[in-house]
Design a protein around this ligand. Sequence first.
Ligand code: AMP
Length: 542
Amino acid sequence: MIQGLNMDRQLLVSSLIEYAGRNHSGTEVVSTDSTGREYRTNWSEVRSRALLVSSALQSEGVNIGDRVATIAWNDHRHLETYYGITGLGAVLHTVNPRLRVQQITWIINHASDKIVFVDADFLSIAESIAPDVPSVQRWVVLSDELPSTSLDNAVAYEQWLREFEPISQWPIIDEWSAATLCYTSGTTGNPKGVMQSHRSIVLQTWATCTGDGHDVNSGQSILLAVPMFHVNGWAIPFASAMAGAKLVLPGPDLSPEALVRHIQSENVTFSAGVPTIWLSVVQHLQATNQQVPSLRRLAVGGSAAPRSLMDTLEDDYGVFVSHVWGMTEMTQGSAGRFTNRVQELPRDEQRRRQAMAGRELYGVELRLVDDKGEDVPRDGTTPGELLARGPWVAGAYFDLKDDSTHIADSEGTWLRTGDVATMDSEGYISIVDRAKDVIKSGGEWISSIELENAAVGFEKVSEAAAVGLPHDRWGERPLLFVVLEGNQELNKDEILEAMRPHVASWCLPDDILAIDEIPHTGTGKIDKKLLRERFSNHKWST
Ligand code: AMP
């Protein structure tokens, strides 16, 4: 081998904020905290304050590899901790506050977090778990002053930072060192810890910035509607620094009114988030007759985005939807930009592709296999389990012995995503379902996602969820839940008729129930496990 003669520079998260701080002091980071107060800062200040966070952590005895948790909304302080923790070589462990208290306790103990940064809004969580998380030596409340609390080792972030001088620079560490830790939602069993290295974060951030990724660039004003505790806000807090883009952090208020207000007042050009958020934004825009002229592109993913949502956003609001697929284990795995060839296709063909879950993105190699582990053709119709591998795909879980999620064969190690999908020759994937959500009727598979998309395509249905429930004859049959627009009466036949053109007749739901609200998991996905449990005694009328 003859070695390449490049410089030996490690790919570190600190290099992102160093770059942004050096070049983008004029680029704003706009943030709303949990009290509703707005802050206007910039990348240079974020860097300076992150150096201060590192200094304070150092004085607490935090070392390379120590885990430091955050339980926080999307705001500038959370952003500072992102860089302050990782810059020092400690591991940023973002905790999802919407998990059950028992799960949060389990996660913090599993991670052995030393310090926890907690939003004042989540103080009650900290207070209730504190006696059961002995590794935590300090609670830093993300506020100006310490609210009244029963925590005996708590300090207010702003007062705490005032005690220190910033460190002069971040250490150069090995790029393979752990940078972040994020636990999967764990709807079954305990959550699993995905630990990303600095190298992985930098590489996936680069992919996020590419035109085929999220196209994050210095001309963008980005509204972060994905919680920073969900897969690190889909890498957008890192990508905005790499690109030097304006970043708008909305705090706790993710109501459609607040999101639209931010988009209009900050000239937001790009945002990302789960479909539920954008469904509510579209409903609000329609109800209030408003437009969002600055918004050009949305990345929608995390669960299946219905085609009707994409059509409305593009036709009525001029917003292109890039439908993306990904997981905690890899962040973004696909992207939705049209290729040259697709741009030349008739509109309806383009839209059909747009409704798929994006195309394989360079860096995450995808493969479909059947239940014997044999490859399934990339013909756009044959379903198989989606496997993934790549330099930023998790190769193992943190401190987990029995790992059935990774498989090794002659092709190497692959991550089993648990998603059933089809793939075509151009790399477009369609997620048929989560393997555990597929409805198995008489030996055939019904996609719950297909039913939901067909139902929300009907104007009187604002949200839908389909689950398989036991059926004497067929094993399982689909039950559809709908949330109706306004105060409409449920008319099952009308909904079935509207779905009929989009779904094979044997797949149509056997029953439809109207409910006030579809339950969602902590990361905004439909909580089908809960629906199945709640309606396990449902009696089929047919
Ligand atoms: P999480 O690790 O919480 O982000 O969940 C990852 C899972 O979300 C994937 O394995 C999919 O089941 C689901 N998911 C993500 N993006 C999509 C999408 N575009 N369409 C359908 N399901 C998706």
